[in-house]
Ligand binder design. Sequence first.
Ligand code: PEP
Length: 263
Amino acid sequence: LSSRAHRAQDTVVKVSDVSFGGDPFVVVAGPCAVESRDQLAATARSVALGGAAVLRGGSYKPRTSPYSFQGLGSEGLGLLAEQRAATGLPVVTEVVDPADLTHVAEVADMVQIGTRNAQNYTLLREAGRAGKPVLLKRGMASTVEEWLLAAEYVLAEGNPDVVLCERGIRSFEPSTRFTLDLSAVVVAKRLSHLPVLVDPSHAAGQAELVRPLALAAAAVGADGVMVDVHPEPSTALCDAGQALTPAGFDELVTALDSLLAGM
Ligand code: PEP
């Protein structure tokens, strides 16, 4: 179902009034984690003004360490709904546990499945039945084929609205947190009709790499990017090193606009 043999033309996935796939290039932005009403409101305001089309924010966080901030859970979903109302931006947020899926899908405009759950077939199947578009991160050790087969689990349940997201893979190279695999974007778009996004924030783990990698993603034909933004990155409770400031986000959007205008 995900293959070009099944469907030759590019799929456009609608999330509220935002189209993933085709024109225009989509910018998804927001905090890695929803931390508080004030933090989310400040971030949502600045990314909306800066040109984001979709607000991101994790409320159920899949943290590597059980001692790290795990997210606000249901309370965070309520804050995301508030900011959707305040900014008009649709919301994407991650579901970690199948038991939370119904609740997450009630609030979110798009449900995210993260890299750590990219081969959780129970969750993928249930996301296929949840009635919301799905943003499917690539597993950090998944081949492109395994990533597309993960998408297949969602599609096979009757949900055609899957957006793929390259977010970096494990490699021998320690100078970035993961290695952003831009060739996988080109390959995935060649093999599949599904839209492909790139998350340079989680790939690099470093804010100063986000802009060049986002520009590179646009240059290789990604349909959009998803980036972390925080009003005060040094205080972020999750992945502080990779968050752009609101000013950094504005610079990114300006740079993307000028690159895309010349393509
Ligand atoms: C995220 O986008 O919040 C996230 C945890 O990403 P990933 O699953 O790619 O690590």
